[in-house]
Design a protein around this ligand. Structure first.
Ligand code: UDP
Length: 320
């Protein structure tokens, strides 16, 4: 297929673009490089630097079999203090994309959604039928886009899949996580191991979990990318399907830090800090639907392997 990957210079987008190329698809990456890196775009992709709002019409006019839409603002904390950036950058931009897809008859969409659409869960693991009550603006904007996609699929015959990611981690060979403002646990802990940061702060030790720290479901970015490929194959015209992507196993912040200690051989000093606003205690996915409908099966579920891949990537960047 000929596919457009928006946000293909970012972490998940660039790994998906690489996987698509490895599978024989033709890939065009569209990215404004506001947070992405031009050198993360895989060499087999054609790169268009630009703002979706300005160029999407002319890009899609070439004719595409589908769009994988990753371009988005994704910092939870920032979304609370600068909501306009998120409603404009995520929702308005995605509506612009949907309209351009309708105009040019682009038949398939795979959308990068998030577990943040659910908010504080009533039940764990979280299934797609769980109530969607986002606790932050980032999650609210992603949920709004999901609703828009549902309407466009029903009205205009779009074949759409939204993938709700839990905690994405690891690296796909030379492509990994490098955010200008890093807020995610694993890359921050690895910065301590590299000597770029003195210690890691644990956001709260008084959560209602076994060791008092928050529990998350970490999924390897390559497994995540594979779900996008399967989604493209299984998307059905006129339907919007939603799938949670996680391993179904939770690890606490302390367990993650311990795993990073084992992998890196560094003592990684940790201090207890106040809870972070908007953090649910436990987020673990039920990915049964993705397994059943898409035939998806995570192949790299082991946390040590996920951290090892992230560590190799981090060290190679350091040496580069
Ligand atoms: N966390 C932490 N210290 C940090 C960064 C994150 O204790 O410096 C915790 C955070 O409170 C959450 C977990 O690690 O419970 C995962 O956070 P991350 O930002 O990686 O992903 P999120 O779950 O927010 O999507």
């Amino acid at each position: 297929m000929k596919l457009l990957v928006t946000g293909g210079a970012g972490y998940v987008g660039s790994v998906c673009a690489a996987r698509l190329i490895e599978s024989g698809h033709e890939v065009v990456v569209l990215d404004d490089l506001s947070t992405g890196h031009a050198d993360a775009v895989p060499s087999g992709a054609r790169f268009v630097e630009g703002d979706i709002n300005e160029v999407i019409g002319s890009v899609l006019a070439e004719g595409f079999d589908g769009v994988l839409h990753f371009a988005a603002k994704s910092l939870v904390g920032e979304s609370m203090v600068d909501p306009a950036k998120y409603w404009q950058g995520n929702v308005v931009t995605s509506l612009r994309l949907l309209d351009a897809m309708r105009e040019h008859g682009t038949p398939r969409l795979v959308f990068s959604s998030t577990a943040a659409t659910y908010g504080e869960p009533e039940e764990v693991p979280i299934a797609e039928s769980a109530p969607t009550r986002p606790t932050n603006t980032y999650g609210a904007t992603k949920l709004a886009i999901d609703h828009a996609i549902t309407s466009y699929a029903a009205a205009h015959g779009l074949a759409a899949v939204s993938l709700r990611y839990f905690n994405v981690a690891g690296a796909h060979g030379p492509v990994g996580e490098r955010h200008a403002v890093e807020t995610h646990l694993i890359p921050l802990v690895l910065q301590v191991a590299l000597g770029q940061r003195e210690q890691i702060q644990i956001y709260g030790e008084d959560w209602p979990t076994e060791d008092g720290t928050c529990v998350r479901d970490y999924i390897h970015v390559t497994d995540l990318a594979d779900a996008h490929l399967l989604s493209l194959e299984h998307a059905v015209a006129g339907e919007h399907r939603i799938y949670n992507l996680g391993n179904g196993t939770g690890f606490s912040v302390k367990q993650v830090i311990d795993t990073c200690r084992e992998v890196t051989g560094h003592p990684i000093p940790a201090v207890i800090a106040p809870r972070r606003a908007g953090d649910p205690a436990v987020l673990v996915a039920s990915s049964e639907r993705a397994r059943t409908d898409l035939g998806w099966k995570p192949e790299r579920a082991d946390l040590t392997g996920i951290v090892r891949d992230a560590w190799e990537f981090t060290r190679s960047r350091q040496e580069a």
